[in-house]
Design a protein around this ligand. Structure first.
Ligand SMILES: *Cc1c(COP(=O)(O)O)cnc(C)c1O
Length: 383
C-alpha cells in the first residue's frame, strides 16, 4: 500500500483515570538538547544534582571485567552488593533491596502499598515522584508547606499525619528541593504522631552530603526506636556519581516489607554494570567522601556569592541550593539556557519564583552566577 493511505485519524485508547490525571514528569532538558536548541558551546548542567567529580577510579576499572560477563543475566537480588551494604549501613542483608534508581523504589512502594483513596503525607515543595507515584495508584497526597524560613513545619506536619487515616508518610531528609533538614528529636516526635501501622518512608538521597551537618539524623538509627514499619531510601546517583547507571537501595524495618516490595519488583531490575560499579564504589569510599567535602566547601562559597548578589538562599545540607529569585523562575530558566546554563525552575503552586541550582564545578557555578546577574540586571559592570 502507498504511504498516502496511512490513516490520519487517531484512535485513542483510554488510560486509567488516575494515570490520565497525572502531570508528565519534568526531567529537564538534556545537555545535547540544550546544545542543539541554543547553539551553546559550553553547557553548565546544574539542574539534576549530579556529582561532577565522577565515580571512583577503582569503580571505573570494573568495566573490562564486566564486558567478559555481560552475556549473563545480573544477580536478581544483588546479593554481593547487599552484603557490602551491610558493612556500610549496619542493616542486615535481608532488610535491603536494590532498585533501578531509588525512583523505582518509590514506585514499587506505591504499587505494593497504596489503594485508591488511601492517604499519603509529604511536604511542599516536594520531590515530584513522592506525589506522582502515589497519585498514579489513586492515593490522595497531602503536601504540608514548609515555613516562610524554608524549614519543615513540624506542628503542621504533626497535625497532617493525625488528621485522617494515614497509609504512608514520605519525604526526603534533607529535603529536595529545599535543602533543609529535620533533626532527630523532631523526626521522632513526628513519627510518634502517626498511626502505628503507617509506613514511614524517609528518602535520604543526599545522606552523604548531610552527614557532615551538625545533628543530621541517620533515619536507620532513629526509626528502630519504635516498633513500626519503615523504609529509608538511598542512592548511588548523587554522592557516588553513578546517576547514569540507575541504582539505589531501600533499607527496611523488617523482612516483611522487603518481601512485599520484591513481589512487585522487576526480577532483574538493576543491571550488571550498575551492581558492579556500585560495589566497587563502596570499596573506595574515600573518593566519594573527598568529592562530597569539596562540594560542601564550594556550596558555602556559592551561597556567599548569592548573598552578595542580594539573594537569601535557604541554608542547604545537600549539593544544591534553593533560591527565591523574585520573578517567574521558568522564564528566567529559559534565558539562562541561552547562556548554556541548565537549572531547575520550580513549578509547584506558591514556589514559581524559586529555582534549584546544583553545586557543580566552581567554573560552572560562576557561569551561573554571571548569567543570573546579567539576566536580572544585577551586574556591577559600572566600574
Ligand atoms: C535524586 C533523587 C532521587 C532519585 O535517585 P535515583 O536513585 O537516581 O532514582 C530520589 N529521591 C530524591 C529526593 C532525589 O533528590
Amino acid at each position: 500500500m502507498a504511504a498516502s493511505s496511512t490513516p490520519t485519524r487517531s484512535i485513542r485508547v483510554s488510560s486509567r483515570p488516575e494515570v490520565a490525571a497525572l502531570p508528565v514528569y519534568n526531567a529537564g532538558l538534556s545537555e545535547d538538547e540544550v546544545r542543539q536548541k541554543y547553539n551553546a558551546s559550553h553547557i553548565s548542567k546544574l539542574g539534576s544534582n549530579e556529582n561532577p567529580y565522577g565515580p571512583s577510579p577503582t569503580a571505573l576499572k570494573q568495566w573490562d571485567c564486566l564486558i567478559q560477563r555481560m552475556f549473563r543475566y545480573p544477580d536478581a537480588t544483588a546479593s554481593t552488593l547487599r552484603q557490602a551494604l551491610v558493612q556500610v549501613t549496619d542493616v542486615p542483608a535481608d532488610h535491603i533491596m536494590l532498585g533501578n534508581g531509588s525512583e523505582q523504589i518509590i514506585r514499587l512502594i506505591s504499587e505494593a502499598y497504596l489503594s485508591p483513596r488511601e492517604r499519603v503525607v509529604t511536604v511542599l515543595p516536594s520531590f515530584g515522584l513522592h506525589v506522582i507515584w502515589p497519585e498514579m495508584m489513586g492515593a490522595r497526597v497531602d503536601a504540608v508547606p514548609i515555613t516562610a524560613e524554608g524549614q519543615f513545619d513540624l506542628p503542621a506536619m504533626k497535625q497532617a499525619v493525625q488528621a485522617a487515616p494515614l497509609k504512608i508518610l514520605m519525604f526526603s531528609n534533607p529535603s529536595n528541593p529545599v535543602g533543609c533538614m529535620m533533626e532527630a528529636q523532631d523526626m521522632l516526635e513526628l513519627v510518634e504522631c502517626c498511626p502505628p501501622d503507617t509506613l514511614i518512608v524517609i528518602d535520604e538521597a543526599y545522606y552523604e552530603y548531610a552527614l557532615g551537618s551538625k545533628n543530621y539524623p541517620d533515619a536507620t538509627k532513629i526509626l528502630p526506636r519504635q516498633a513500626r514499619p519503615w523504609l529509608v531510601l538511598r542512592t548511588f546517583s548523587k554522592a557516588y556519581a553513578l546517576a547514569g547507571l540507575r541504582i539505589g537501595y531501600a533499607l527496611a524495618s523488617d523482612t516483611g516489607v522487603i518481601t512485599t516490595l520484591n513481589k512487585v519488583r522487576d526480577p532483574f531490575n538493576t543491571n550488571m554494570a550498575a551492581q558492579d560499579m556500585a560495589l566497587a564504589s563502596l570499596q573506595d569510599r574515600t573518593h566519594m567522601q573527598t568529592s562530597v567535602a569539596t562540594t560542601v566547601a564550594e556550596r558555602e562559597r556559592f551561597m556567599h556569592e548569592l548573598t552578595q548578589l542580594g539573594y537569601t538562599p535557604v541554608p542547604s545540607h545537600t549539593n544544591f541550593i534553593f533560591l527565591d529569585v523574585g520573578r517567574n523562575a521558568s522564564v528566567l530558566a529559559e534565558s539562562l539556557l541561552r547562556h548554556g546554563v541548565i537549572i531547575k525552575p520550580w513549578r509547584e503552586k506558591g514556589f514559581e519564583t524559586h529555582l534549584r541550582v546544583s553545586v557543580g564545578l566552581p567554573t560552572d557555578n560562576d557561569r551561573f552566577l554571571r548569567a543570573l546577574a546579567l539576566e536580572t540586571g544585577q551586574t556591577d559592570d559600572s566600574h
